[in-house]
Design a protein around this ligand. Structure first.
Ligand SMILES: [Zn+2]
Length: 120
């Protein structure tokens, strides 16, 4: 196993960025970034193959059809839940006060709680 990967970004080597310049004199090139696999964190990460978010997204856009074909989704997935509405006291600001200063006004608010349902 080598201790580095070349970035898989399709246009990584075209980015006019100083870190990609290689060569000397009149033989300079922009080169794909070499990613050192120095830590377990990097080796386990998607960024062991991509030098940055742009290169990752360029790759995903270019190969999206083949990537989703690896694990096709032909129907929606669902997670059973319970929904509870609950009322609580809250505050809003009234900006129409005659003194020109916003006033805190209490009101009854509603919040929605999504509760997981144990299917076992
Ligand atoms: Zn790259």
């Amino acid at each position: 196993m080598s201790d580095y990967n070349w970035c898989h970004g399709p246009v990584c080597h075209e980015q006019p960025i100083q870190s990609r310049i290689r060569g000397s004199g009149n033989n300079k090139v922009l080169r794909t970034i070499k990613i050192k696999l120095g830590t377990e964190y990097i080796r386990q990460s998607i960024f062991s193959h991509f030098c940055n978010q742009r290169c990752l997204m360029d790759f995903l856009n270019e190969h999206k059809d083949r990537i989703v074909a690896l694990a096709p989704r032909r129907e929606a997935l669902e997670t059973p839940i319970k929904v509870e509405k609950e009322k609580y006291e809250s505050w809003r600001y009234d900006y129409n006060d005659i003194e020109g200063r916003p006033q805190r006004v209490p009101y009854q608010a509603t919040r929605t709680r999504i509760i997981p349902v144990d299917n076992d």
